[in-house]
Design a protein around this ligand. Sequence first.
Ligand SMILES: Nc1nc(=O)c2c([nH]1)NC[C@@H]1CN(c3ccc(C(=O)N[C@@H](CCC(=O)O)C(=O)O)cc3)C=[N+]21
Length: 306
Amino acid sequence: MTRTDDSRYLKGGPVAQRIIASVREDAAIATAEGFPPKLVSITVGDIAAVDVYVRNQRAKAALAGIGFEERRFAADTTAGELEAAIHGLNADPRVTGIIIQRPVPAHIPIKTLQAAVHPLKDVEGMHPASIGNIVYNQLDLAPCTAAASVELLKETGLELKGLEVVVVGHSEIVGKPIAFLLMSEGATVTVCHHMTRSLAAHARRADALFVAVGKPRLIKADMVKPGAAVIDIGINSEIGPDGETRIVGDVDTDSVKEVASWITPVPGGVGPLTVAILLRNTMVALNRQRALYRATYGVPDQIAAE
Ligand SMILES: Nc1nc(=O)c2c([nH]1)NC[C@@H]1CN(c3ccc(C(=O)N[C@@H](CCC(=O)O)C(=O)O)cc3)C=[N+]21
């Protein structure tokens, strides 16, 4: 089977546009009903990798009709001060979702911060209660990058039930949630990491290979099964041959695209979809909050009838 280069590329942009268009409709309805969605981003210190993400969040939130507010804290802010700020946002009914941009400075325990976000406002899906939902097969709100990666695999049309999947990288924010999402979809999942003995032997068995470790060109053509789908989640910046800084993933795209049937480009693959999923998660969170509001206060008709 011969395919053009372009048909091998699994691009995130078109899928992201579809999701954002649907979020935009839902956000307009919710706003008209008196529940405007609003996302608050928390950044601690100055990190270039976070800047790109926040810039895209702001732009896409505006497109979708979701309010966006950025709270920037100095690198020497204490964990206590950040927790207090999060508690304030939890209590503010105008705030739908809170996202803590990672990484945070080393003196801040990220898990404590993530756990401080009220589970109903956890649009990142990183609270222990949210991760627990994934384990229990409730998949409507998952960590954004993981959900984006799985969404792109679905674009291939491959049957996930029984699919041999290998995930390289076992981070809490990407690798582990991908493994749980795919297990819930019926895939057979192997998770590899820095202690794995033969990465190549595992990777070569995969019908779908997910890579999220932060090592440029870790995955070469001889580690990929012919016809596989390769989802590259790495974001590494390096100096290109022209002396300019460029972003590359964890996969040696030029060689792997000759072997794989599908490959996500970096940039233009998982990244744009990650932002779209964050906005979709914000609407899921809003709907959960509205359901709780209704359950607590009832609908006007019911109250009048009592
Ligand atoms: N709590 C938390 N959750 C995250 O998911 C998270 C984070 N912190 N910290 C930073 C990293 C990085 N990240 C990106 C997401 C999308 C693009 C993105 O949209 N990239 C586009 C455009 C790049 C560009 O505009 O240059 C692309 O790949 O095509 C980039 C980076 C999420 N992260």
